[in-house]
Write a protein of this length. Structure first.
Length: 468
């Protein structure tokens, strides 16, 4: 019989046990459940609610239970439904009647809310650490290939030359915002629900502030009904993970495109590619593709939890049991993908000559030509029109912009000078964009140095110079 059987004359039906159990997945919360219980028992004794000797036995018993759980020797019982009841039942087996005092002043409602927040607090830290690892992998790839140039894209069309490092640093910025969101979310995670009881608090003189301090929470949730019904922090955390997944998916798409034979901009190490069961020649960027695919799982977890919560009245409803599996899966997925993509990036090698060849198409410097006219005093819209006419004339004649002579250029751009013929150089084009946030080598180098300082790393170029 379950620990709440006093009111009932029959045991739950077998189907009910199968439907209502959560021990098959919430067992991962055991370290946090025990941590919360230790703080709760200490507070109960401090407040004179339970005998100090019983609190000592509870603490000793909980530590023994944790050893069993850590070692894998703990026997989980489905009929006890969840991690809370499994731990409490085993505790009572070990220490006797004192174990029955542990649940004084609390409900599984505020207990699970506390466990989840303790769990999310640690996962927040671990995800941020994994993101930092990916940032380092991106930085290393960028720093090792600081001068490599490739075409940047808009609409998946060649647009303007940019540094490969500049492209990678864009993802560094995205991931930094991800970490900011997770850090901000952590403050709201780090508030204590315990002491809210089932929904209305307790008639016992509980010291919630003491428990919050013991568990490292920043504050105590101020409304007992909100404390047990709220899952905003899980939604917010999943929202942050969904954005992380989206950024990972975009990076993966870039890599998959660059790896294609049509682009052939990068090579990926064999350990992070796969073959075909039919076609012997194939080398597929499966890690990038799986990263894109896993994003859907994370989105699904977020949408699933929001759908579960949207129709729930206050306070606790058993629907809330559905808040865990998707959350756990999303966290596991993100951590695995982050570590795998970080490792894959260490094997990525840019094909610098092929990239530069693609970036050397004179059409990519058409904007440079328009801006040269602006420096002459021509209004930008007029400059844009003149260069557009020149591009069209070259296409009609079947030549590139760089193949046109000055006289031909001046038919479309009357004020063109001989210097305009030298504009079609991707190295000069990149170097000219020397403004904050631009792709000029000086700007990108400054950003790489900034990141190197954050990582406590040395720029590869500085290492090479020191060896000479």
């Amino acid at each position: 019989m379950p620990l709440w059987d006093g009111r009932f004359s029959q045991s739950p039906a077998e189907q009910v046990l199968k439907l209502s159990e959560s021990i098959s997945y919430d067992r991962r919360l055991y370290p946090y459940d025990i941590k919360g219980s230790l703080a709760h028992a200490k507070m109960l004794a401090r407040q004179g609610i339970i005998p100090k000797e019983d609190a000592r036995k509870i603490a000793s018993g909980l530590k023994q239970v944790k050893k069993e759980l850590d070692s894998g020797k703990f026997v989980f019982k489905t009929e006890l439904e969840d991690i809370h009841m499994n731990i409490e039942a085993r505790l009572t087996e070990l220490i006797g009647p004192a174990g029955a005092r542990l649940h004084t002043g609390r409900s599984r409602n505020d207990q699970i809310a506390t466990d989840e927040r303790l769990y999310l607090r640690q996962q927040d830290d671990e995800v941020c650490e994994a993101i930092r690892g990916l940032q380092y992998a991106l930085w290393k790839l960028a720093a090792d290939n600081e001068k490599v140039i490739l075409p940047g894209f808009t609409h998946l069309q060649h647009a303007q030359p940019v540094l490969f490092a500049h492209h990678l640093l864009a993802y560094m910025e995205m991931l930094s915002r991800d970490m900011e969101r997770l850090a901000d979310c952590r403050h709201r995670i780090n508030r204590l629900p315990l002491g809210a009881g089932a929904l209305a608090g307790s008639t016992l003189p509980l010291d919630r502030e003491f428990v919050a301090k013991e568990l490292g929470f920043e504050a105590v949730l101020q409304n007992s009904m909100d404390a047990v019904a709220d899952r905003d922090v899980s939604i917010e955390f999943l929202s942050a993970l969904a954005i992380v997944a989206m950024h990972l998916s975009r990076l993966a798409e870039d890599i998959a495109i660059w790896f294609s034979q049509e682009f052939s901009f990068v090579e990926i190490g064999d350990a992070f590619t796969t073959g075909s069961s039919l076609m012997p020649q194939k080398k597929n960027p499966d890690i990038a593709e799986l990263t894109r695919g896993k994003t859907g799982r994370v989105y699904g977890a977020l949408l699933g939890l929001m759908t579960t919560l949207k129709g729930l009245p206050l306070t606790y409803n058993r629907d809330l049991q559905e808040d865990k599996e998707g959350l756990f899966d999303a966290i596991d997925t993100i951590k695995l993908v982050l570590s795998t993509v970080s490792a894959m990036l260490a094997t990525v090698k840019p094909k610098a000559e092929r990239m530069l060849e693609a970036a050397s198409d004179p059409a990519l410097m058409a904007t440079d030509l328009a801006e040269a006219l602006v420096r002459q005093g021509v209004p930008f819209r007029e400059a844009h029109h003149q260069v557009g006419c020149f591009v069209g004339a070259c296409a009609k004649k079947g030549i590139t912009l760089a193949q046109a002579d000055l006289a031909f250029m001046q038919k479309s751009i009357p004020t063109a000078t001989p210097g305009f013929l030298k504009i079609f150089n991707p190295i000069h084009s990149v170097a000219a964009r020397d403004i904050i946030g631009g792709t000029a080598p000086s700007q990108v180098h400054a950003q790489l140095c900034k990141w190197a300082k954050q990582f406590g790393a040395t720029m590869p170029s500085a290492t090479k110079k020191s060896k000479k």
